[in-house]
Design a binder for this molecule. Structure first.
Ligand code: PEP
Length: 254
């Protein structure tokens, strides 16, 4: 695959894995993936496992991500985690605005953009998720929804911050459902997002931003999805919970 942008595949473990289970998975991933140089590999365990996983991947090509963070730096925000707390565990990436946070925690584009700015201020790379629901796709509103989410969630980021920002296109109807967008649907949405980035920033920025696809990515569909010109990696949920399937997605992407 000959793209200017390096592929990035991230595993979103969601609310799965104890510390012991996390370390088991990491042990296998390190063996499976030790030779991979072509792809940026990121794992996003739950907060409770970050400390131990961070130590376990020190000598590897696997980087650490978190699944969310606060827009605030410090203070009376019960249950929240700040960027600098993540940095203590050498976290490099943070998923923001996942559809499950938009849905269950009512996160708005405005909040997500505040988090994205706070992430950059701490030199964390945000993985900003966008994606339409099934009713929106069926009503022909996909581009309108993506336009609103991309503009809103990236509001206030500078041109310089954008190449260090990852956008994840995750059609909500494809998350955890076994339904994958067709490669044509994925490419169409990614190309739309890239054109939007060009109009919000400029062509050079748009060419540099990596756009991941997410939604029931598996070893069997990874190659075809990644071969699309505007698909630069994957955000993987279910299939990232097992070393074999996550490693195969990465290997099949190359
Ligand atoms: C996700 O939650 O980001 C995701 C893509 O999940 P899954 O791969 O399980 O559809």
């Amino acid at each position: 695959m000959n793209k200017d942008r390096k592929l990035i595949v991230a595993g979103n473990w969601k609310m799965n894995k104890t510390v012991a289970e996390s370390l088991d998975l990491v042990r296998s991933l390190k063996i499976e993936l030790s030779n991979v140089k072509e792809v940026d590999i990121v794992i996003c365990p739950p907060f409770t496992a970050l400390s131990e996983v961070s130590k376990a991947i020190l000598d590897s090509n696997i980087r650490l991500g978190a699944q969310d963070m606060s827009e605030h730096n410090v203070g009376a925000y019960t249950g929240d985690i700040a960027a600098l707390m993540l940095k203590e565990f050498s976290v490099r990436y943070v998923i923001l605005g996942h559809s499950e946070r938009r849905q269950y925690h009512k996160e708005s584009d405005e909040l997500i953009s505040k988090k994205a700015r706070a992430a950059h201020a701490a030199s964390l790379k945000p993985i900003v998720c966008v994606g339409e629901m099934l009713v929106e796709r069926e009503a022909g509103e996909t581009e309108r929804v993506l336009d609103r989410q991309v503009r809103g969630s990236l509001a206030g980021l500078s041109k310089e911050q954008m190449p260090e920002t990852i956008v994840a296109y995750e059609p909500v109807w494809a998350i955890g459902t076994g339904k994958t967008a067709t490669t044509a649907q994925a490419q169409e949405a990614h190309a739309f997002i890239r054109r939007l980035l060009a109009s919000m920033f400029d062509e050079t920025v748009a060419r540099k931003v990596r756009i991941q696809y997410g939604g029931s990515v598996k070893p069997s569909n990874a190659r075809e999805l990644m071969s699309q010109p505007d698909v630069d990696g994957a955000l993987v949920g279910g299939a990232s919970l097992e070393a074999r399937s996550f490693a195969d997605i990465i290997k099949n992407s190359i």
